[in-house]
Design a protein around this ligand. Structure first.
Ligand code: ATP
Ligand code: FE
Length: 459
């Protein structure tokens, strides 16, 4: 089977074509970092416009790279949540349109499930995949001038260039993790004309042999179930026992911010480059610093749980910045001295953040082993922060100590991308969870991440 995956939950329009035996045939991604950099967070309606301007072209390029026509697809997978409702809707509308036009089944995908399950793609996938076609998000103004494969007419493109209706969010986390302010009821998000009953203009529905897909997936999958998964991204900080597809036991989550959001915030306070991600710039700067220069407290040490907290560390780091980088102090510093202080703060923040991640993960390994005795052999670390080399090295140490194999998706598939959505679509297709076209596909911007009951933590 061959599946097209569409991701548009936040600020990347990611599309990819992946096969059930674990090959990535084509990938394209339009990133919006330039659109949002000046606002200090993702602005939902600007993000929606950039997705709308990029979606057709991104799909076309991924299909071209795969040398496939839409008719040849077995299914289309699309992220339905969690994320920004306005943005999810763009990807889902495109998926529905293709599904209806070509009679292709649809698979709805949970964004965090996709971050986790991409780890099951065989390592050969990364080695053999063609390089992703990367584009800066096409803004409405740019498409109107240069034209694109988009099907919208130029008048519509002009209209896309709108002024934000609301103040930019104070933080990325606010935009992503608290979607209530941007999401209306799921039903209200369905575009007009999209109903559960088949319409006459729908192409004849294709069927998929789920058993054959399952056989392919079983032969290709690099990581068997169950595995322990640390998911660290811009909006989530989860420790999850993955017992199977759709079977997730949440062992820990953040009580306030996600680590990616804290990285972004500190990067902004230090005036670092926010493109493509503040976290990457902070990691680079931290390499020049002394991680013991500032002794920030390690969070949640007194809590006998696997939960995380980064708000206190964020505040302590901000206070250090305000004190040590106050204008009256920096005025007397050379550029070199200034850079050293910033690097020391970055390194100290990172060191405490990673210590906290590793302490809770270690605890999670013990807990997971009680839940699945004798069977836990793999630790997966995924989500955007898993690009970080210090995070990777620390988790490698835990894995070695605990006798687990550490599995890290390649960095380009840790941040948002179409490959993870396509692969998760395949995993769900293999279990017979596709919807025949035309699908109702309700969007769920606030899709809960604690999908299974959370067990009591043994104290
Ligand atoms: P979510 O997946 O929770 O909805 P998201 O999709 O915005 O949030 P991702 O795209 O998975 O998040 O990851 C982006 C986050 O990863 C950003 O917060 C970014 O700063 C962080 N990040 C990326 N590279 C690094 C790095 N090298 N070090 C630390 N953080 C990083
Ligand atoms: Fe993400």
């Amino acid at each position: 089977a061959v599946v097209l995956g569409i991701e548009s939950s936040c600020d990347d329009t990611g599309v990819a074509v992946v096969t059930s035996d674990g090959r990535v045939l084509g990938e394209a991604i339009a990133t919006q970092a330039d659109v949002h950099a000046q606002w200090g967070g993702v602005v939902p309606n600007l993000a929606r416009d950039a997705h709308a301007a990029a979606i057709d072209r991104t799909v076309d390029i991924a299909l071209e790279a795969a040398r496939l026509a839409p008719q040849q697809l077995s299914a289309i997978a699309v992220t339905v949540g969690p994320g920004l409702g306005l943005c999810l809707r763009v990807g889902a509308a495109k998926a529905r349109q293709l599904a209806r036009q070509y009679g292709i089944p649809l698979v709805s995908v949970h964004h965090m499930e996709a971050h986790a399950l991409v780890a099951r793609l065989p390592p050969a996938a990364a080695a053999t995949a063609p390089p992703a076609v990367r584009m800066a998000a096409i803004t409405a103004a740019a498409t109107a001038t240069h034209g694109s494969a988009s099907s919208t007419n130029s008048q519509q493109k002009q209209q896309l260039h709108i002024v934000p209706e609301q103040d930019p969010p104070k933080s990325h986390n606010q935009a992503v993790a608290n979607p209530h302010n941007i999401a209306s009821a799921a039903a209200a998000l369905l575009p007009p004309g999209c109903t559960a009953s088949p319409s006459s203009d729908t192409a004849e529905a294709k069927s998929v042999d789920a058993a054959a897909v399952l056989q392919d997936v079983g032969a290709a999958a690099a990581v068997p179930f169950p595995f322990l998964c640390l998911l660290v991204s811009g909006g989530h900080n989860l420790l999850v026992l993955v017992r199977g597809v759709g079977q997730y036991v949440q062992l820990g989550t953040t009580v306030d911010d996600a680590l990616g959001e804290a990285y972004d915030k500190v990067a902004r306070l230090l005036n670092l480059e926010l493109r493509p991600h503040g976290g990457a710039a902070l990691e680079a700067l931290a390499r020049e610093g002394d991680p013991r220069a500032f002794r920030f407290a390690v969070p949640m040490r007194k809590h006998a749980t696997c939960d995380f907290s980064f708000a206190g560390l964020k505040t302590n780091t901000r206070l250090a910045i305000e004190q040590h980088l106050a204008p009256e102090r920096t005025a007397a510093m050379s550029a070199e001295q200034l850079r050293k202080v910033k690097a020391d703060i970055a390194a100290s923040f990172q060191s405490v953040a990673v210590t906290h991640l590793t302490e809770k993960t270690r605890r999670g390994v013990a807990w997971a082993r009680e839940l699945v005795p004798e069977r836990l052999q793999h630790l997966v670390v995924a989500g955007g922060v898993a690009c970080n080399q210090v995070v990777r090295a620390s988790l490698q140490k835990i894995a070695e100590d605990e006798g687990l194999a550490l599995v890290l998706p390649p960095p380009r598939w840790c941040t948002d991308n179409g490959v993870m959505v396509a692969w998760t679509g395949i995993e769900r297709l293999a279990r017979g969870w596709a919807e025949p076209p035309p699908p109702p596909l309700p969007l769920m911007p606030a899709l809960p991440t604690n999908v299974t009951n959370r067990p009591q933590h043994p104290v």
